[in-house]
Design a protein around this ligand. Structure first.
Ligand code: KIV
Length: 279
């Protein structure tokens, strides 16, 4: 059965944790679905992980649609949430609805995710009114990296924590079905979770959230540019890939690959005629 936003609502009601992982392509999405993940996020972290940018600021609507299409083809029974990239919703609620609509119609997403609080309230409301489920994102919101001046834990002071709480309430009121909390102190994230009816999904926000999300390339040790403190590396796929690549290179160089079992045959008689014809 297809996992939907109701899967999140049911899980919150029953006190069960939800899982979300990023994916950016068909094969990874398929593997994640087979593993049983509840939701796949086509994150704009694809800017870092797939495209090699320093941050997510340069990611475009076309990038998001392209990757979201591939993910939704690979994960037909999983809730696919697609990030709205920088400047696709900040400019006006009208732009927000048009671009959210494109992610649904062209990308075949099941929901969209936006970064920010009170400031994007109208955009969120308008998208929700267009029957598009919205996931919020508070705390460290990477699209605001230039305004933050670096990747730092958010909500540590009394004022910052109060602002985060007010933003969370505002987003809930605007109609989001879930809220990502990124790089927020564990006690504050747990407190927000206990106050909200919607599902909170933590990333660097401790164990008190209703669910967790990680960038798959981080938790499989495939992305080696940096690794945040909150990431647990569940497998060393980067090393496995590298050793596979080395094995291939060595086998080609020493001519042990391809072997007989990897080759196609031709009738000896046909081959002799070819040789004769080209004498
Ligand atoms: O883009 C992304 O991958 C995200 C997660 C880190 C939550 O927004």
């Amino acid at each position: 059965m297809k996992k939907t936003i109701n899967t999140f609502k049911e899980a919150k009601k029953n006190g069960e944790k939800v899982t979300m992982l990023t994916a950016y392509d068909y094969s990874t999405a398929k593997l994640e679905e087979e593993a049983g993940v509840d939701s796949i996020l086509v994150g704009d972290s694809l800017g870092n992980v797939m495209l090699g940018y320093e941050d997510t600021v340069s990611v475009t609507m076309e990038d998001m649609i392209h990757h979201c299409k591939a993910v939704s083809r690979g994960a037909k029974n999983t809730l696919v949430v697609c990030d709205m990239p920088f400047m696709s919703y900040q400019t006006s609620p009208y732009d927000a609805v048009v671009n959210a609509g494109r992610l649904m119609k062209e990308g075949r997403a099941n929901a969209v995710k936006l970064e920010g609080g009170i400031i994007i309230k109208d955009a969120v409301k308008n998208i929700v009114d267009a029957s598009i489920p919205v996931c919020g994102h508070l705390g460290l919101t990477p699209q605001s990296i230039n305004a933050f001046g670096g990747y730092k834990v958010q909500g540590k002071s009394l004022d910052a924590a109060k602002k985060l709480i007010e933003d969370a309430y505002t987003l809930q009121e605007a109609g989001v079905f879930a809220l990502v909390l990124e790089c927020v102190p564990e006690k504050l994230a747990s407190f927000i979770t206990s106050k909200l009816d919607i599902t909170t999904i933590g990333i660097g926000a401790g164990n008190g959230c209703d669910g967790q999300v990680l960038v798959y390339a981080d938790m499989l040790s495939m992305f080696s540019d940096y690794c945040p403190k909150f990431v647990k590396q569940f497998a060393n796929v980067g090393e496995v890939m590298k050793s596979g690549f080395e094995g291939y290179i060595n086998s080609v160089k020493n001519a042990s690959y391809p072997a007989v079992e990897h080759t196609y045959k031709i009738d000896d008689e046909v081959m002799e005629k070819i040789i004769d014809a080209y004498k």
